[in-house]
Design a protein around this ligand. Structure first.
Ligand code: RIB
Length: 284
């Protein structure tokens, strides 16, 4: 069987990560951190996660005409993602994210979208075949256009939470939200006919249809180092597992394990697991 084709339309960022003992409260200064830079962005993370787990992946996005772009795209390029749909916009810098990561792996993220906000509907192909994954770090009219042009399975990761047209929620075959995002959307999350996955961090995730729970899974026990990218891995893994025809419970277990593995390592893209790693931890 040939690997499923997934197109990701979404954000590409360079992450600047300060790791400290605790996260700052509003107005507080935390000292003693170490600084690192990693390729990130929810779209790019989901694209690379899907590829490492076994999909054929095309990325559509926008970066600036600057040196951050090369750094932000380096692991996608090395990972064999089709980047023909990633354009360069001279009017804005490459997207950047400032992350604070605490000892227990929790994080806070501030995103400076830059060129991610320059992805317009005209940058999309007329028809998007195969499966499509979207998140909410790019303009909503571009998301709407991508959904309208998709001929196959559509997954929308509702992160970060934002008011989006109900038509997007209704068309999605799979909506994915964390606890806070699920609270933000409330009952309208469950109005469509697609599946809805809600993640509960280290407590696992549930899969729902029309508001009724169809599956629940827990992640394997891990020691969290940095949770950045765990949600993105979950999105890619659940989409791929469902495309492969895995049963809901099995697909959710696969996605929880993939997300958990991501949290065991530092950085977004360097920590994305391979298929063999996920199958290995599931077999334990
Ligand atoms: O989901 C994690 C990602 O969110 C980070 O890589 C950061 O770039 C932000 O987009």
């Amino acid at each position: 069987m040939s690997p499923p084709l997934i197109t990701v339309v979404g954000s590409v960022n360079l992450d600047f990560v300060a790791t400290a003992r605790t996260l700052p409260s509003p107005g507080e200064t935390v000292t003693g951190a170490t600084l690192a830079r990693y390729p990130g962005g929810k779209g790019a993370n989901q694209a690379l996660a899907a590829k490492r787990l076994g999909a054929e992946v095309r990325m559509i996005g926008r970066v600036g005409a600057d040196s951050m772009a090369d750094e932000a795209l380096a692991l996608l390029r090395a990972g064999g993602i089709d980047l023909a749909g990633v354009g360069v916009d001279a009017s804005a810098p490459t997207g950047a994210a400032l992350l604070a990561v605490a000892e227990d792996g929790e994080n806070q993220i501030v995103v400076a979208s830059g060129a991610n906000h320059a992805i317009r509907p005209e940058h999309l192909p007329a028809v998007i075949d195969g499966a499509l994954i979207l998140q909410l770090e790019i303009p909503f009219d571009t998301i709407e256009a991508a959904v309208a042009r998709a001929t196959g399975f559509v997954c929308v990761n509702l992160a970060p939470a934002a008011e989006i047209p109900q038509a997007i929620l209704d068309r999605a075959d799979l909506l994915i939200a964390n606890e806070g995002e699920a609270d933000f959307y409330g009952p309208k999350l469950h109005k469509g006919d697609g599946l809805v996955a809600v993640t509960w961090g280290s407590r696992g995730a549930g899969l729902f249809r029309h508001g009724a729970r169809v599956a629940t899974a827990e992640p394997p026990e891990i020691v969290a180092v940095d949770t950045t990218g765990a949600g993105d891995t979950f999105v890619a893994a659940l989409t791929l597992a469902l495309l492969e025809g895995q049963a809901p419970k099995e697909a959710l277990r696969f996605a929880c394990a993939a997300g958990a593995l991501t949290a065991t390592r530092a950085g977004a893209q360097p920590s994305l697991p391979t298929r063999a790693e996920v199958e290995g931890i599931l077999a334990r």
